[in-house]
Design a binder for this molecule. Structure first.
Ligand code: GDP
Length: 405
């Protein structure tokens, strides 16, 4: 009897141990199959929230990140993981300077009315006094300006006497030469975009201040110029020092994002523009950028305000790097008003180049001649539309040829 009890006990223990061992083995195996790898865990963990202030506090880091994104975007066949795709913005590839004028030439067609009218009149056999008056009126209406118009009239009268009219090719050639002389092909229209050396031998970026009355297309021009420089493989930084208009900084940030260019801005509307400009140049210098371009505010109460503000911006920038270029943006459709604005800006700051915007929508291309004469500085770029690459370096020969086609 006692032997039977012992036998049952031993058998019971054996059965219980076997079931426990079996279930433990099964459970271990199931867990092994489910065990996540280290990388999977890392990937499925929520991404750390971006620090909203990081971009402003450390523009140098921001710049380095943008460079990596621009230069090392992964090729399509080595598709990055989903999380990477979300954080790697697709960057635009801006059009190179060389092909822009060719593409945009047709947009000067309205200005071309000037050339066509002059050609028609000058090709006549005999030019009456009323024809000469019409020539003068055409030039004035195209905003060529009184002085240059007088000069051109005198030159044309002399040459018309010598050669006579009728031969269209000859008249076109004569007009081309005279218009070209007025636009002045000798002026240096290159943008100062080469880094310089400080007294202590350290490099500093070229710094470009962009000034002009609001509404002329200033911020748009800064964005378009940034693209042009990116197309030339320049490393650039933008400074949003138009702090009077919150939208201007957002606008600039969008331009920058599209081509991977860091934009230094203040998150406070009405912040000191000079301090934003200073931060932008400092950040550009630390990142060893080629160019720092600073957008400024144009809505100022009076000339003294303007002088104070632009003067201060220039002074604080100069602590890090001398100002290489001051570009004045003018709206070509504003005629005499634009000329007055140009004069005010030229009085308060040393303008080194002019950007004429909205030349696509006007027959007043003659303002190029007038404004260069008045300020003694060259038109360096022309805006010929609202598209991101509708800004071209100004080439006098192309412009005059477009007028005469
Ligand atoms: P800002 O106030 O001077 O900074 O002017 P914005 O850059 O905001 O531009 C004012 C308006 O002018 C915008 O609608 C631009 O798209 C437009 N604009 C700028 N440049 C050109 C141009 O060359 N041609 C045309 N048609 N529009 C332009």
């Amino acid at each position: 009897m006692i032997e039977d009890i012992w036998l049952y006990l031993v058998l019971g223990l054996l059965v219980l141990g076997g079931v426990g061992g079996l279930s433990a083995w099964l459970l271990r195996g199931r867990d092994r199959g489910r065990e996540p790898s280290g990388t999977e865990r890392a990937d499925s963990a929520p991404a750390p929230a971006p620090d909203p202030a990081a971009g402003e506090q450390d523009s140098e880091q921001q710049g380095a990140g943008a460079e990596v994104l621009t230069e090392q975007a992964p090729p399509a066949e080595t598709a990055p993981e989903a999380a990477d795709v979300e954080t790697t913005p697709e960057l635009d590839r801006p059009e190179a300077a060389a092909t822009r004028m060719e593409r945009l030439r047709g947009r000067l067609a309205r200005s071309g009315a000037l050339g066509t009218t002059l050609l028609n009149l000058l090709s006549k056999d005999q030019l009456s006094e009323s024809d000469w008056e019409e020539i003068e009126e055409t030039l004035l209406l195209a905003d060529v300006g009184a002085g240059p118009t007088d000069e051109l009239m005198a030159a044309l009268r002399t040459r018309a006497k010598v050669t006579g009219g009728t031969d269209v090719a000859q008249v076109r050639q004569m007009l081309r030469e005279e218009l070209l002389a007025l636009v002045d092909p000798q002026m240096d229209r290159r943008l100062s975009a080469t880094p310089g050396l400080a007294d202590d031998g350290s490099a500093h970026p070229a710094t470009i201040l962009v000034v002009g009355v609001n509404g002329t297309g200033k911020t748009t021009t800064v964005g378009k110029l940034a693209r042009l420089l990116v197309a030339e493989d320049k490393d650039i930084f933008l400074g949003a020092a138009d702090t009077f208009r919150a939208a201007a900084a957002d606008q600039l940030a969008t331009w920058g994002e599209r081509v991977g260019v860091p934009v230094v801005r203040s998150d406070r509307e009405g912040a000191d523009p000079a301090s934003v400009a200073f931060d932008a140049v400092k950040a550009g210098q630390q990142a060893q950028a080629d160019v720092v371009m600073v957008d400024t505010a144009g809505r100022l109460q009076n000339k003294a305000d303007l002088m104070d503000q632009l003067g201060k911006i220039k002074r604080v920038i100069s602590r890090s790097a001398p100002v290489s270029e001051v570009l004045l943006v003018l709206d070509a459709t504003t005629g005499q008003n634009g000329m007055r604005q140009a004069q005010v800006f030229a009085d308060v700051v040393d303008v080194t180049g002019i950007v004429l915007t909205k030349l696509d929508g006007t027959a007043k291309g003659g303002i190029i001649i007038a404004v260069q004469r008045a300020l003694g500085v060259p038109v360096k770029f022309v805006g010929l539309g609202e598209g991101p690459d509708d800004l071209a370096p100004f080439v006098p020969e192309d412009f005059v040829d477009a007028l005469l086609t």
